[in-house]
Structure formats: structure tokens, C-alpha cells
Design a protein around this ligand. Structure first.
Ligand code: SF4
Length: 563
């Protein structure tokens, strides 16, 4: 505040409120940069993953050439339908091509999804369809590929018609695989619900066979017109129960009485198994009523092959018995016990973090004895017992995922404290008091009275190493190169022990160096410390680093357009 009557040589000092405002603005700017970098990496990752699914490779080009001999290259997927142009030697389009992934990925046959390549002529009519890859059972896939009429069934059809699933030709003996391929192709061109093999609701007439007064079905509850509960209807496909019979699973309905103790009846709503087994077993459920009147306990104790008796369709019949038992097991399973929000270990971790903040921000922060005592606590509790440290591995993974959801509360609290306190108070409390690796270096520094200091030039040059490491790690992440980021810092060693070589070398090297050079790793190696130092530096004052960091983050936002 300006003192009245006092003369000053320079400009008058900014009033307190102005200084505070600048400080807040700069803190928001610096944290905003971190958030911007976080989301830049997230969007780049999302875009790259989508591109991986859509881009066609050299193998696809070889296939395309068999239909369009003038093809020389493939353009990137374009337009709303993400179809790639097929280009000739002059770069002129001679046709179009698209693979059925990623839309076909959720559509599984016997064991997995299949990816087809669809090649179109210039008029966007199908010139040919080829299998690019399949995670389904190889015997069934081979049968489909050998069938000359299966993959050629789409030839000549306009692209606009492929989104209608219709009644595709199915390969006998590989019906699930071929049907999944056809469904996947329809899904790729716009058909909805292709991964749902048993769509549709249970008709009211079916319900009334077991509950004549049924008026509606609310979840699994069968209700009368006045809202009274008549019983329970379980449906295997909606419970995720999928027991394979001879060729596939069936959609089984199971009706329980109002008390939920007895089975009223069972039926087959749909099936991916083979005829005539399906019809035989369906008829047996309808006319023999093998489960009707059975108690839940008796049904659960059933021996396989003793309830649904259909000669010649035993595998399908047994799969229905197993399905019924599994449905009952899941329906009557006790609800999972929610683990307590905070266990004792989490409580200790939060107490340690809070104590670190008190020590770092309170009036005792300058006292050597307090500092040393808390360093011992950080090494013992935070490091050796909890193995709790924040670092680039978590930051990069959270950023790629676009969320830190599912992370344990102590780690979230530790990271929040590490980032927010320096920005808000200009004090790097995490590095000064909390980080167990920093604390270990501090304690090791007490082992020798005489410590070295690097010549100023070397100190300045090596001081750039943490920034270099930081830049390199994030560049690798932006480029999508699968580097184990945890290996670039020593923190993982505290929780997992001596597993990977590189972090062990950084861990041991940093601690040994700290005996001779104060906080050697912190000064000359730690990328996480570099970020925290940046947040805490010159509060309220714009520095060259703020400008550089802003430019780097702006560049990161252009990453999706990097070649
Ligand atoms: S610089 Fe790195 S190792 Fe040192 S205290 Fe900070 S986070 Fe821990």
C-alpha cells in the first residue's frame, strides 16, 4: 500500500488487491495449462484409436487391387461414412473401400468378431467383400471363406442398401460365424442392434401362459393390472447367461411364483443353436414342463441331463438345464458387499498427507527438527508402507483415458495437493515435505557433513534434464508409442520393489547421488518435480517459462493434425 507523502523512484507498488488478483490469475493460467495439456493428450489418443480402427493398411490395398486393378493407393477414411477413396497412379479415384471394424467388433460369432473389407466401384456398388481377420474359431471361419456364395452375396449391391440387415445367406455348419459377419457388415453401414442376438421383449401372451392375470413386466417383476406382483420372470440373455449348446446359446425364460420359491415354467424365447435340436428342446419345455413345480433348491441341485430329456439333442437340452441353474444362482446371489469407502490404510494415507500440508504451510515449516522427523515419517509411512507417490505414469494414463475415475482416494488427494498448493500458495509442499523419494534424499544428505555443489554452469545445464525427460515422456504419449512411463521415474520401486531395471537404476542412482549432492535427483532428474516447481515459481509474476509452457501446450493442441 502506498504511504502518503512518501516519494518513490519507480512506479508505485501495486495495491494488495491488485497483487492478489495477478497471483490468482497466474495460478489459474498455470493450472489451466496443465488441464489443457491433459485434454490435448486425451483427444489425440481418442482420435488415434479411432483412426487405427478406420485406416486401411497395405494388406487391404493388395485385396482392393484384386477387385480394382488400377488401384495404387488408399486415401484416408472420409465423410460421415468413413469410406476411403481408392486412387490410381494419377491420384484419381477408381473406387472406394471400407472395413467393417470398429462397428462389427461387438458382433461375435462363436468366439469372436470378424473384420470384413468391402470394396466399391466408382458408383458405390459392391465390387467384392473379403475377410480381413477374425477372432472366431478357425474351423468355422475356414468354412465361411470356402463357401463361394457367402462373401459374394453383397456383390453389385449399392452402399446405401447395406445398412438393412435383411435375411443374409448363412453358411451351414458355420452359421454363427457367417451370421455374425453379415450382421457386422450391416452394423458398419448403419444397422442398429446387430450385436443383440435376441432382440425384442417378451410378449404378453407368453407371460399369460404362466400368469393369466399378467398386465405388464417391470424389470423381472410380473404385474397384474392393479400393480400387484404375480411373480418373477428371468431372461437369460438379459442376465448375461450364455451357455453354449451344440452350436450356440439359447435365450431361456424362467417364471418363478410370487414368493420366488417355486418355478412356474420355462421356455425358449430364441436360440443360436442348430435345428432340429432347438425345436425338439423348445417342444419339450412347452409340453413336458420339466421345471414346473420344482423348488429353487431342487433346480439348483439338478444333475445334468436329468430334467430336459430329448434324445438326439442332449447337448442343447443340457445347455438349457445349465442356463436355468445359472440364472437361479445369479438371481438369488446375495448382493455384493460394497467395500467401505475408506479403509484404515486409506485413513492413514490421508492423515499423512494432511500432516504434510500442516508441516509445509504451518509456522514450524522452517524448523530443521520438524522437517527431519516428518521426512522419516514420509519415508516409512508414505514410501515403504503405502508406496504412495504421484508421477508422470499416472498423469499420462489419466490424460489418455480422459479421467482419473477409479483411482484410490489417497492418490487423488495426494496429486491434488501436489498440484494445487504450489499454484495457490507458491509453496511446493509436496516436494519439500511429503514426497517419500525427496524425503529419502534429504535424510541421506545428512550422512555426510561435506557436500558438493556443481559449478554454476553445469548446475544450470543439468537443471534442464527434468524438463527434457518431461517433454520426451509426453511426446512419446502424444505419438502413441507404448513406452512404460512408470519406468522413467523411481517411484514405482517403492510400491513394487526391484522389478524393472530402469526405475531401479534411477532409484538407486538418485539416492546414492543424494549422499554427495543435495537432492540430486530432484534437481537433475525428476520431471514431476519440474512441473511442481514451475507451478510454485514466482507467484504472481509472469516469467519466460509461462510463455514457453503456453506455446508448448498450444503446439500440443495441434497434435491431432501432426503428420
Ligand atoms: S522433485 Fe521429484 S523426487 Fe524430488 S521431491 Fe519432488 S517429486 Fe519427489
Amino acid at each position: 500500500m502506498k504511504t502518503p507523502g512518501r516519494t518513490t523512484a519507480g512506479p508505485p507498488p501495486a495495491p494488495d488487491s491488485g497483487r492478489r488478483g495477478k497471483r490468482v490469475l497466474l495460478a489459474v493460467y498455470r493450472l489451466g495449462l496443465l488441464a489443457a495439456a491433459f485434454f490435448a493428450l486425451h483427444f489425440t489418443t481418442v482420435r488415434r484409436e479411432a483412426g487405427k480402427d478406420a485406416a486401411l493398411d497395405e494388406r487391404a490395398l493388395a485385396v482392393v487391387k484384386s477387385y480394382l486393378p488400377a488401384a495404387v493407393s488408399l486415401g484416408p477414411p472420409e465423410g460421415d461414412d468413413r469410406v476411403s477413396a481408392v486412387l490410381d497412379a494419377r491420384g484419381e479415384p477408381v473406387g472406394w473401400a471400407a472395413q467393417t471394424f470398429p462397428e462389427a467388433r461387438p458382433v461375435t460369432g462363436y468366439a469372436g468378431p470378424s473384420n470384413l473389407l468391402v470394396v466399391f466401384d466408382l458408383a458405390r456398388r459392391v465390387a467384392g467383400v473379403t475377410l480381413l481377420g477374425s477372432a472366431d474359431t478357425s474351423g468355422h471361419v475356414a468354412k465361411v471363406v470356402k463357401d463361394p456364395d457367402f462373401l459374394s452375396q453383397w456383390n453389385g449391391r449399392p452402399q446405401a442398401s447395406l445398412g438393412a440387415a435383411g435375411e443374409p445367406r448363412i453358411v451351414s455348419g458355420a452359421s454363427l460365424t457367417s451370421e455374425a459377419m453379415a450382421r457386422g457388415l450391416a452394423a458398419r453401414f448403419g444397422a442398429a442392434g446387430m450385436d443383440q442376438w435376441f432382440p425384442g421383449e417378451v410378449p404378453l401372451e407368453t407371460l399369460r401362459e404362466w400368469f393369466p392375470g399378467a398386465a405388464s413386466l417391470a424389470g423381472t417383476r410380473v404385474l397384474a393390472a392393479d400393480g400387484g406382483m404375480l411373480g418373477t420372470l428371468l431372461r437369460s440373455s438379459r442376465m448375461g447367461v450364455s451357455v453354449r449348446g451344440f452350436q450356440g446359446a439359447s435365450d431361456v425364460l424362467l417364471a418363478l411364483d410370487a414368493e420366488g420359491r417355486k418355478i412356474v415354467g420355462a421356455a425358449m424365447q430364441g436360440s443360436r443353436d442348430n435345428e432340429p435340436y432347438i425345436t425338439d428342446v423348445r417342444d419339450s419345455l412347452l409340453y413336458d414342463q420339466p421345471f414346473a413345480g420344482m423348488t429353487v433348491d431342487d433346480a439348483l441341485a439338478l444333475e445334468s441331463g436329468t430334467a430336459v430329456l430329448v434324445s438326439g439333442a442332449s447337448r442343447t437340452a443340457e445347455s438349457v438345464e445349465e442356463t436355468v441353474k445359472e440364472m437361479l444362482r445369479r438371481h438369488f446371489a446375495p448382493p455384493p458387499v460394497e467395500p467401505p469407502l475408506l479403509g484404515p490404510r486409506d485413513g492413514v494415507a490421508l492423515a499423512w498427507i494432511a500432516a504434510g500440508l500442516v508441516v509445509g504451510l504451518g509456522p514450524w515449516r522452517g524448523r530443521k527438527r520438524v522437517r527431519t522427523t516428518f521426512a522419516v515419517i514420509s519415508v516409512a509411512a508414505g514410501g515403504l508402507w503405502l508406496g504412495l507417490m504421484t508421477g508422470q505414469d499416472q498423469w499420462i494414463k489419466w490424460s489418455m483415458r480422459g479421467s482419473a475415475a477409479g483411482t484410490a482416494l489417497p492418490l487423488l488427494a495426494l496429486t491434488a495437493a501436489a498440484l494445487l498448493i504450489p499454484a495457490a500458495f507458491g509453496k511446493n509442499v509436496y516436494c519439500a515435505h511429503v514426497c517419500p523419494h525427496g524425503a529419502a534424499q534429504q535424510l541421506l544428505g545428512h550422512l555426510r557433513k561435506r557436500r558438493f555443489a556443481l559449478p554454476p554452469k553445469l548446475h544450470r545445464a543439468l537443471g534442464g534434464l527434468p524438463w527434457l525427460t518431461l517433454g520426451l515422456l509426453w511426446l512419446l504419449a502424444f505419438l502413441g508409442l507404448g513406452f512404460p512411463f512408470a519406468d522413467a521415474e523411481p517411484f514405482e520401486v517403492w510400491s513394487t520393489g526391484f522389478v524393472a531395471l530402469l526405475p531401479v537404476v534411477i532409484f538407486a542412482g538418485g539416492l546414492i547421488a543424494a549422499v554427495f549432492l543435495p537432492q540430486a535427483y530432484c534437481h537433475y532428474g525428476c520431471p514431476t518435480g519440474a512441473v511442481l516447481k514451475f507451478l510454485a515459481s514466482s507467484p504472481g509474476r509472469w516469467t519466460r517459462r509461462d510463455g514457453i509452457a503456453g506455446a508448448v501446450v498450444a503446439l500440443a493442441w495441434l497434435a491431432p493434425f501432426w503428420p
